[in-house]
Design a binder for this molecule. Structure first.
Ligand code: DX5
Ligand code: ZN
Length: 226
């Protein structure tokens, strides 16, 4: 299972150094959480395309960058994130009207397409789009901030996506990746790997006062190896 850092608990004044620390620790996938001050329940603003462009410039072309759009108007503004240099745009199914059109637009712009669902949204909301999706993201917290507690009740939904993706791949379809986001730490990383997660977003479990990113990643990898 791959680990992608979320930078919400980072010191934004030192973001470049933090991201380079992640790259030096062997991390290649960066997960950028975009909130518009409106869509998430706590009405927070994080950052937008300008900061993402700076991150792309700083990390260079080899890093894989996704943006997790927690915004009301992803269908209007997705191209700003493509122009900023992301490899994958992930939009909330609860916030889009025509997911098929958004996926087609992203692919036409040579960008990977992902959909994400909240803890209380059923898998059926996304399953019809699976054949066209590069990634499905299951939220294991209510989106809005880093450092929240993991919600183990999403297990059945994760396993349903794993089974659907495995059968899609067995039929020669797209190898859609399965990601989880929220509350992942060293103590539950093996659990979600066992559910069939390909990529775990880890924010406060990687970027915290207790250790360096390399030390925290090593603890996760030790847990995964057991
Ligand atoms: C929550 C964000 C997550 C979050 C992860 O709204 O989508 O990416 O920052 O942070 P942790 O790992 O601390 O839950
Ligand atoms: Zn996220």
């Amino acid at each position: 299972m791959e680990v992608a850092p979320s930078i919400l608990t980072a010191d934004f004044a030192r973001l470049g150094e933090t991201l380079e620390e992640a790259v030096e620790a062997g991390i290649n996938w960066m997960h950028l959480d975009v909130m518009d001050g409106n869509w998430v329940v706590n009405k927070t603003i994080t950052f937008g395309p300008a900061l993402i462009r700076s991150i792309r410039n700083r990390l260079g072309p080899d890093a894989f960058i996704d943006c997790h759009l927690m915004i009301t108007n992803a269908e209007e503004t997705w191209s700003q994130y493509v122009d900023a240099g992301v490899d994958l745009v992930i939009a909330h199914i609860e916030a889009v009207d025509d997911a098929a059109a958004l996926i087609a637009n992203l692919h036409a712009a040579d960008c990977q397409a992902g959909l994400v669902l909240n803890p209380d949204t059923p898998a059926e909301a996304i399953l019809p789009y699976l054949p066209e999706l590069d990634l499905v993201l299951v939220m294991s917290v209510v989106p809005g901030k880093g450092g929240q507690s993991f919600m183990p009740e999403v297990e059945d939904k994760v396993r349903a996506f794993r089974a659907a993706i495995d059968s899609q791949i067995a039929d020669g379809g797209r190898p859609t990746k399965l990601m989880i986001d929220g509350g992942i730490k060293d103590h539950n990383s093996a659990q979600v790997a066992d559910w069939g997660i390909d990529v775990a977003v880890v924010g406060s479990g990687l970027i915290n006062d207790r250790g360096t990113i390399a030390e925290n990643l090593a603890a996760i990898n030790r847990a995964l190896a057991q």
